[in-house]
Design a protein around this ligand. Structure first.
Ligand SMILES: Cc1ncc(COP(=O)(O)O)c(C=O)c1O
Length: 453
């Protein structure tokens, strides 16, 4: 297997070494050539080196350069080299990371990474934690724990008896909550639509003065980092109100939870440690490879009650943490390996520096685009920038032109009725020079479509 795996590593290195100099989006020729893969299921074998060759020749050119330094779409980090290396090694280990007694190394690394993350975020050290695919599933896990806990207090065993005939449970969420939270609520039988939506301000922050009276089993979902504006709900004020009514507070902090790592952003996250559960991503700001999300729950037993299973054939008995007790899956890959590697390699200072640097890049984008006469629609408090190049049609044409130009890649959105281009700076790889090159391209493209002066 050595020549094959060395060839894969060599090809991967070549891909990454060129990623900063290619167009960020794949061109239509590369996309069209994917069709050459089409055909019936092969009857016989193909040599592994040939299979690898097809993947590299046909598919590498048709990838989006998300791992590169000038991809600013959605909220997407690259992969720190050490996290990719850890991912390769863990791939070779091929551990089914469910149970400590079967896979002690990966279980131990997850236990360590969990303790470090709780310390880094300033969350209670005894919290339960789950290493999952992303913030969507992290929201699902945390809300499953919330559902367990509030129903337990109401004298209802929701895992055993389900929701038919259960007491009423109220869910409160801001009108700009991320769709993945609504989806999680739907999956948990709490309904995407039967939630109480609290109106928001111009940045997408829940208006605490419009919180409903809370009475009976209640879960309040707050947001740390709106996907468009980067804005934070007033977590301290909302926690105080909710806890006064014995409600559970869940924080969707897919990227915003990382603001806790630096004192410069502390005012945004005031009170975040008062909440009951938190969801975040490691594949965003921690820059580990896809996929990697994290859930934390103050009441560890509530998460366990919602997730753990036993079976006669499973060696679950141990004094150590069994990863599968805290996640929806039984069999799963050991996502904590890359998280541990990132934290070990960066240290607290390195994580803070990564967050501060990307926020500084976002402010540079905003300042320079504003200086050029374009309107910044959000308060740039984090790593997200929303820019309008004029009316909706003009803004969309600029975005198309920027994507076609290929120097960088930004996506579009509609923010409270206005078309905007989103710039999300989340990658370790973005340098000052990348910001300059991207700004030049943005302004060139805006002029090319006649936007502004
Ligand atoms: C605030 C927020 N919540 C949840 C999610 C979903 O995260 P994921 O795509 O990792 O599941 C996102 C994604 O950007 C987000 O910004």
């Amino acid at each position: 297997m050595r020549p094959l795996l060395e060839s894969a590593a060599e090809r991967a290195l070549r891909y990454l070494e060129k990623i900063g100099n290619r167009a960020v989006a794949p061109d239509t020729v590369a996309e069209t050539r994917l069709r050459e893969l089409d055909g019936p299921l092969p009857e016989g074998p193909t040599a592994p080196e040939r299979v690898l060759d097809i993947l590299d020749e046909r598919c590498s050119p048709a990838t989006m350069a998300m791992a590169g330094p000038r991809f600013f779409g959605f909220v997407i980090g690259g992969s720190l080299p050490i996290t990719l290396a850890a991912n390769w090694l863990a791939g070779a280990w091929d551990q089914n990371a469910a149970l400590y007694r079967v896979t002690p190394a990966t279980s131990h690394l997850e236990q360590l990474a969990l303790a470090w993350l709780l310390e880094l975020f300033g969350l209670p050290a005894t919290s339960g934690g789950a290493f999952v695919t992303g913030a969507t599933v992290a929201n699902l896990c945390a809300l499953a724990a919330a559902r367990h806990s509030v129903y337990e207090k109401a004298g209802w065993d929701v895992e055993a008896d389900g929701l038919v005939g259960a007491p009423n449970l109220t869910v409160v969420i801001g009108a700009e909550g991320h769709p993945s939270v609504f989806k999680s609520l739907g999956l948990l039988g709490l309904g995407r639509g039967r939630v109480h939506r609290v109106p928001v301000d111009g940045q997408g922050r829940m208006r605490p003065d419009l919180l409903p009276d809370m009475d009976g089993p209640t879960i309040v979902c707050v947001q740390a980092g709106n996907v468009n504006t980067g804005a934070f709900d007033a977590i301290d004020e909302i926690c105080a109100r909710a806890h006064g009514a014995d409600a559970w507070v869940h924080v969707d902090g897919a990227f915003g939870l990382w603001a806790t790592v630096t004192p410069t952003l502390a005012p945004l996250v005031r009170g975040i440690g008062d909440a009951d559960s938190w969801a975040t991503d490691a594949h965003k700001w921690l820059n580990v490879p896809y996929d990697s999300g994290l859930a934390f729950v103050r009441e560890r037993e509530a998460l366990r009650a919602a997730m753990a299973i036993t079976a006669e054939y499973l060696p679950t008995e141990t004094e150590h943490r069994n990863p599968s007790d805290y996640v929806p899956e039984l069999s799963r890959r050991a996502r904590g390996v890359e998280v541990w590697a990132a934290l070990k390699s960066l240290g607290r200072r390195g994580v803070a520096e990564l967050v501060e640097r990307t926020c500084r890049h976002a402010r540079t984008f905003a300042d320079r685009l504003a200086d050029a006469g374009y309107e910044i629609l959000n308060d740039v408090v984090l790593n997200q920038v929303l820019v309008s190049f004029g009316d909706g049609d003009t803004t969309e044409r600029v975005i198309t032109e920027i994507q076609r130009d290929g120097t960088c890649w930004c996506g579009g959105t509609v923010w409270q009725g206005r078309s905007a281009m989103r710039i999300s700076v989340s990658s370790w790889a973005t340098t000052d020079d990348d910001v300059e090159r991207s700004l030049e391209a943005m302004l060139r493209c805006a002029h090319a479509v006649g936007a502004g002066s």
